[in-house]
Design a protein around this ligand. Structure first.
Ligand SMILES: C[S@@+](CC[C@H](N)C(=O)[O-])C[C@H]1O[C@@H](n2cnc3c(N)ncnc32)[C@H](O)[C@@H]1O
Length: 257
């Protein structure tokens, strides 16, 4: 079925962060920004290419697929902040997860946010764009973080790999309808794994509508003004994104009775 014909069954709830979680989330975002300062500085020092920027998903897809450096220059800091905020909302769930697999890693936004706040976790990044992965590895070295294990592969099949926590940020808008349907099927099959997906709220609502009712998950949409110290560094005074979180609902091993 074409995705555009699939009704968005579940409404995405807007989520208001209370003052305490806002402060925690802003602190996490500030610390992530502090960690990636050298990478942002390097990207800004490169000569800009002539490619046109636009804010539609189509324009961003063009940028991230064909101009990974330009994509990173425009979106690294913005996405690091969004991912840090989304990560903070659900952090209790994945803090103790050993392996975190990032789908559609690009220049490494999600992994930067996680690697700067989580210790003792193992990070894996999967993307079909070799240039983007090379840039990710370089930026990690620039900021003196150990580069994650990077795998050049096509999704959604790569999700079958052995991770217990999957993330995907701003990947869904790039997937073709049949890939999104397949990803939703795999999410259902991997009931032993947890997922955190960050994307445009309308894309999150569509993806959520593809996941069967027996795979529990929560969606939210977050819009929040940013304090001056964050907005001056990332160049926007507010952020807005959708997030989908699906906790693990089964373990791979049966208990001995
Ligand atoms: C918009 S970028 C997002 C990068 C990063 N997650 C972020 O938030 O900054 C999307 C990435 O997904 C990758 N991608 C899109 N479709 C893919 C597929 N079918 N298999 C593997 N990677 C894919 C693209 O190469 C691109 O690097």
């Amino acid at each position: 079925m074409a995705l555009s014909r699939i009704p968005a069954r579940r409404l995405i709830q807007s989520r208001t962060l209370d003052d305490i979680s806002k402060k925690r989330a802003f602190d996490a975002a500030l610390s992530a920004l502090g960690r990636v300062g050298a990478a942002a500085h390097y990207l800004q020092s490169l000569p800009p290419s002539k490619v046109e920027h636009g804010s539609s998903p189509h324009a961003i897809k063009h940028l991230s697929n064909d101009y990974p450096v330009e994509f990173a220059r425009a979106y690294l800091l913005k996405n690091v902040v969004k991912c840090a905020l989304a990560g903070e909302i659900y952090s209790g769930h994945f803090r103790n997860t050993r392996r975190i697999i990032d789908l559609g890693t690009g220049p490494g936004t999600f992994l930067f946010s996680f690697a700067s706040s989580l210790k003792n976790n193992e990070f894996v990044g999967i993307d079909r764009n070799y240039e983007a992965l090379r840039l990710c590895a370089y930026l990690f070295r620039l900021v003196r973080l150990s580069p994650p294990l990077l795998i050049c592969a096509s999704l959604p099949e790569a999700i079958a790999s052995g991770g217990m926590f999957f993330t995907a940020s701003y990947l869904l808008a790039e997937l073709a309808d049949h890939e999104l349907v397949r990803l939703a099927q795999l999410v259902t099959l991997r009931a032993d794994a947890q997922f955190l997906v960050v994307d445009y709220p309308e894309v999150i609502a569509r993806f959520s509508s593809l996941i069967p009712d027996d795979r529990f998950h929560a969606t939210c949409s977050v819009t929040t003004d940013l304090p001056e110290e964050l907005s001056s560094r990332m160049g926007d005074d507010h952020v807005s994104f959708g997030a989908l979180f699906a906790p693990a609902i089964a373990t791979r091993y049966r208990a001995i009775s």
